[in-house]
Design a protein around this ligand. Structure first.
Ligand code: LFR
Length: 491
C-alpha cells in the first residue's frame, strides 16, 4: 500500500511536539516540525494548564506538517488524568488543572471512607496516585463548574473535540481516571454513583485506532487541509510510547522515561492480586487490549525541576550536559534517597528537598549541583531496579532485558546505571517512541499493513537504532546495589 504521512502530536508536561510521521511497508520516518515548551501555570495557589495556548501550538504544528507535504491524518496523545469540563453549550468551563496542583491533598482518604482501597483496586486496578481523575473530581464537588458540566473531556479528547466537534473518551486514557472498569473496558458508573460524582458527564468510550472524524471547517481553513481525519490513537502518551518499544521476542520490561518514568511490563490481562495492590502497581489499558502493569517513578522531573531552580538562582554551569558530565565522574551510590517521596511531586526547590530527604535518611548530604544530580540518577536507577523486579515477581514473569524509550533514553549515564542496577542489558531508544506509536496506530487505521503490535515493533527495529548498555560485570557491582537498596529501604 501507499505510504501515509500523518501528524503525530505528542504533548508532554514540559514540552509538546508535532511530528510528521511517514509510514510505508518498509519505512518509518519521523520529522519534528514543531516543538514548544509547556508547564503548569501557577495562579492564586492553583496550578493550571494553558490549554488554549496548547491548542494554538497544535494547530501551528499541524499546519506545518500540511505545508511540507501530504497530510493523511492527525492523532493526539498527552499525559494522562487531567481534563476539561465542557458545559451544555459546548464551551470549556474554566481552565484545566495540572495533576501537580495540591487540591487533591487529603482527598483519597475521604474517598476511602466510602469505597475501600481493595474495592477500588478490584474494579480499576489503579495505583493510588493522589491526582487520579476520580480524586480531582471529588475535590471539585459543589463547585460551579462541576455543577454546570455536561461533559468531562480528558486533555487529548478535549483537543480532539476542538479539531472535530466530536466528544468522546479514548480508552487508554480513560483507564487512568479511576472510574474505568479494567475488566469490562467500560466506565464504572456504579463507582461514580457511590462516590456521588455526576456520572452522566463521562462521554462515550472509543478505541484507539478508530477514525473520529474530519477536522471542522475553521481548522481545515487554518491548517490548509480540508477533510483530513483525526484518528484516535493511544491518547495516553504512555500507551503510545509502549507501542513504540522496539521489543522482539524477548521477555522485556520497559521504562518510558520522560517527565515521569513509567516502569513495568506489557501483559495480556490485569494483575489484581492483593500483593499487586499492596505494592501499588497499576493496570492501565493499552493499545490492542494489552495491559500496562507498571509503577510511576518520579522520573526526570526531579532533575528538570532542579535545573530550573538552579537557573533561577543564576548558578553558573548548571546546564544539563555539564551536570551530567560531572555526575558521570562523581562517586557512585554515595547518597540515595526515596525518589518517590510525595514531597517531590509539586513544583519547587527540588535541590533542598533532595537534601532534606538525604538528611532524614541518614545519608551523606549532597552539597553541589553535580552531587545532587548524581543522587537523583542513582536513586532513579535504584527505583527502576526495585520496580522492575517487583513487577516481574507480581506478574510471574522473567525479565531478560529492559527497554528504555522516551527522552530519558538519551541520558547515557542513567541508562548505564539502570543496566548496572538491574544486572540485565538496557536497550535504549527510540527517544520519540510515543510519536512513533501514535503515527503507527494512525497508519494502521488508514489501511497500512500492520496487523499487530509485533508488526509495528518490527518496523521500528528495522528503521531505528537502538543502543545497548551492558551491565557492569562482577559481584562487587551488584553487591553495591544490594547495599544501596537496603539503605533506601530503611528510609
Ligand atoms: C506520563 C504520564 C503518566 C501519568 C502521568 C500523569 O507522561 O502520562 O503515564 O501517570 O503522566 O498524567
Amino acid at each position: 500500500s501507499e505510504p501515509v504521512r500523518v501528524a503525530a502530536v505528542d504533548l508532554g508536561a514540559t514540552s509538546g511536539r508535532v511530528m510528521a510521521c511517514r509510514v510505508g511497508s518498509r519505512t518509518l520516518h519521523l520529522e519534528e516540525l514543531h516543538r514548544f515548551s509547556n508547564g503548569g501555570v501557577p495562579v492564586r495557589g492553583g496550578l493550571f494548564w494553558d490549554v488554549l495556548g496548547i491548542h494554538r501550538e497544535v494547530l501551528t504544528g499541524v499546519r506545518e506538517v500540511a505545508r511540507t507535504g501530504r497530510l493523511h491524518g492527525i492523532g493526539i496523545d498527552s499525559w494522562a488524568v487531567d481534563y476539561g469540563l465542557v458545559g451544555r453549550d459546548g464551551w470549556l468551563l474554566g481552565n484545566p488543572r495540572s495533576h501537580r496542583d495540591s487540591r487533591t491533598d487529603g482527598v483519597p482518604a475521604r474517598v476511602r471512607e466510602v469505597v475501600s482501597d481493595a474495592e477500588l483496586y478490584d474494579v480499576t486496578g489503579l495505583q493510588q496516585l493522589p491526582f487520579n481523575t476520580i480524586y480531582q473530581l471529588v475535590s471539585e464537588l459543589g463547585t460551579p463548574s462541576l455543577e454546570a458540566a455536561e461533559q468531562l473531556l480528558l486533555l487529548p479528547d478535549l483537543l480532539t473535540y476542538w479539531l472535530t466537534g466530536e466528544a468522546g473518551a479514548e480508552r487508554t486514557n480513560a483507564s487512568t481516571t479511576g472510574l474505568y472498569d479494567v475488566r469490562t473496558g467500560e466506565w464504572s458508573l456504579e463507582l461514580a454513583k457511590r462516590i456521588g460524582l455526576p456520572w452522566g458527564i463521562l462521554p462515550p468510550l472509543r478505541d484507539p485506532g478508530t477514525v473520529v472524524g474530519p477536522v471542522v471547517d475553521e481548522v481545515a481553513a487554518y491548517v490548509g487541509a480540508p477533510g483530513v481525519p483525526v484518528i484516535s490513537v493511544g491518547s495516553h502518551d504512555t500507551a503510545s510510547a509502549v507501542v513504540g518499544v522496539p521489543a522482539g521476542e524477548e521477555s522485556f520490561a520497559y521504562i518510558s522515561s520522560g517527565t515521569w518514568s513509567l516502569v513495568g511490563l506489557e501483559l495480556d490481562g490485569p494483575v489484581l492480586s492483593a500483593e499487586a495492590r499492596e505494592a501499588d502497581f497499576t493496570n492501565e489499558t493499552g493499545v490492542d487490549g494489552t495491559i500496562r502493569f507498571l509503577k510511576n517513578v518520579m522520573g526526570l522531573w526531579v532533575l528538570s525541576e532542579s535545573v530550573r531552580t538552579w537557573a533561577d538562582k543564576r548558578l553558573a554551569d548548571v546546564t544539563l550536559p555539564a551536570l551530567l558530565a560531572g555526575a558521570a565522574d562523581a562517586p557512585a551510590l554515595r547518597t540515595v534517597v526515596d525518589i518517590n517521596d510525595p514531597r517531590l511531586l509539586t513544583p519547587g526547590d527540588m535541590p533542598s528537598r533532595i537534601q532534606e530527604l538525604a538528611r532524614e535518611a541518614g545519608e551523606p548530604i549532597p552539597r553541589t549541583p553535580v552531587a545532587i544530580t548524581r543522587t537523583i540518577l542513582d536513586s532513579l536507577a535504584l527505583a527502576y531496579r526495585r520496580n522492575v523486579r517487583l513487577a516481574a515477581t507480581l506478574a510471574g514473569r522473567d525479565v531478560d532485558v529492559v527497554h528504555v524509550v522516551g527522552g530519558g533514553s538519551q541520558n547515557d549515564l542513567l541508562c548505564q546505571l539502570t543496566a548496572d542496577a538491574l544486572g540485565v542489558p538496557v536497550l535504549a531508544g527510540p527517544g520519540e517512541a510515543a510519536a512513533l506509536g501514535n503515527g503507527l496506530v494512525q497508519a494502521r487505521a488508514l489501511g497500512a499493513d500492520l496487523p499487530d503490535l509485533a508488526a509495528m515493533r518490527a518496523l521500528i527495529r528495522r528503521t531505528h537504532d537502538v543502543r545497548r548498555f551492558e551491565p557492569a560485570s562482577g559481584s562487587a557491582a551488584s553487591a553495591d546495589w544490594d547495599a544501596a537498596e537496603r539503605r533506601a529501604a530503611k528510609v
